[in-house]
Design a protein around this ligand. Structure first.
Ligand SMILES: *Cc1c(COP(=O)(O)O)cnc(C)c1O
Length: 367
């Protein structure tokens, strides 16, 4: 079987071990005679899958006891509406939401939140092409926002907020909401610094269709009356993420990924590997004459590495040669162009090394 290295930003590469296990379970999960896809979500078999996935994620992320882990649907984009519908009820209307605009994904969040509240863009790096995280000292936060929204890894622009910012003192203790879709489980994240974290699964966890929400208990029960019941976190929490049918197969695969992560040594061990992979690639790019990355050093994403060829007329040749070498889905997002290598947890270091070899070969041929 040929080995490919898949650099897609999402849906993205999954650990091979997990896919092999899922294939073996496909027709008959653990002697049940059923595929996981065919099981009642309320039957004992799926209930055990759900409980293990919840427990393993809580352990991997060291989620404190006063936080709920919810398994929802709708993806990261739906959360851009679900978050305000759940949190705005804590404030008199019209309330204000603060945003740190660091790239395309926060751009979408700002637009959507504007349907429900006043939006204050407290800081933005738009003017410099989203090449950095605006310095914390320059954030013009509101005195009493309903919450402060960040995207801690901008998947398209390749900008990462590694350490959650402290905002409490400036904002009357507003909750920090983080879209962690594309770096959840790639590094140690201090959950307790957040009110809410949310992530679509298809970047670093599993198949599209599952959304994970981690929410502090005191933020439940404040949904606006217009919030659909299936997206009201309090109702979802009270029903163990089974108010409506959860995305059962996605939860099952996510559960296998959580077990795989534990076998790898957990999130801290994964973070060390991710540092090694990202450093290798960025150092190569910075030392090359043909390629460049324009994000400020400390703000560079370890998961999504956008890079450009100085001679853009060679983009197609670069991609065609990459494909011949089984290096797939390297084309950059249409809004920024160039290339993007997404090197999530499931990308082995051999994939990064193979990419660098091809980049070197291409560079020597075009010197
Ligand atoms: C992919 C992504 C989303 C959107 O996810 P959907 O599942 O398509 O709604 C939102 N935020 C970030 C940071 C992402 O990477």
């Amino acid at each position: 079987m040929s080995t490919v290295f898949n650099f897609s930003a999402g849906p993205a590469v999954l650990p091979r071990e997990v896919l092999v296990e899922a294939a073996a379970d496909m027709l008959d999960w653990h002697g049940s005679g059923m595929s996981v896809m065919e099981m009642s979500h309320r039957g004992p078999e799926f209930m055990s899958i759900m409980a293990a996935a919840q427990k393993d994620l809580r352990e991997l992320m060291a989620v404190p006891d006063n936080y709920q882990i919810l398994f929802l649907q709708g993806g990261g984009l739906a959360e851009n509406a679900i978050v305000p519908m759940n949190l705005l009820g804590r404030k008199a209307q019209p309330a204000v939401i603060d945003f740190i605009h660091t790239g395309s994904w926060t751009g979408k969040s700002i637009k959507e939140a504007g349907k429900y509240a006043q939006v204050n863009v407290a800081a933005s790096s738009k003017a410099t092409g989203f090449d950095r995280v605006p310095a914390r000292a320059d954030w013009a936060l509101s005195a009493d926002p309903a919450y402060v929204h960040i995207c801690s890894n901008e998947t398209i622009d390749g900008v990462e907020i590694g350490v959650p910012p402290d905002i409490a003192a400036d904002t009357n203790d507003a909750p920090l909401v983080a879209d962690v879709s594309s770096h959840i489980l790639s590094r140690v994240i201090d959950v307790s610094k957040h009110g809410v974290l949310f992530a679509g699964a298809q970047k670093n966890i599993g198949p599209a269709g599952l959304t994970i929400v981690i929410v502090r208990d005191d933020l439940l029960g404040h949904a606006l009356p217009i919030c659909p019941s299936a997206f009201d976190w309090k109702i979802v929490a009270e029903n163990g993420s089974m108010y409506n049918t959860p995305p059962t197969y996605g939860i099952y695969i996510a559960g296998l990924v959580f077990q795989w992560l534990k076998r790898q040594g957990g999130v801290a061990a994964m973070e060390q590997r991710n540092i090694t992979k990202a450093t290798l690639l960025y150092e190569y790019i910075d030392n090359s004459k043909l390629y460049f990355n324009r994000v400020a050093g400390v703000d560079r994403s370890r998961m999504n590495v956008p890079f450009f060829l100085r001679d853009e007329t060679r983009n197609d040749a670069f991609l065609a040669g990459a494909k011949q070498r089984h290096l797939l889905q390297l084309k950059g997002h249409k809004s920024v162009g160039g290339m993007r290598a997404s090197i999530y947890n499931a990308m082995p270091i051999e994939g990064v090394q193979a990419l660098i070899s091809w980049m070197q070969e291409f560079e020597s041929a075009h010197r």
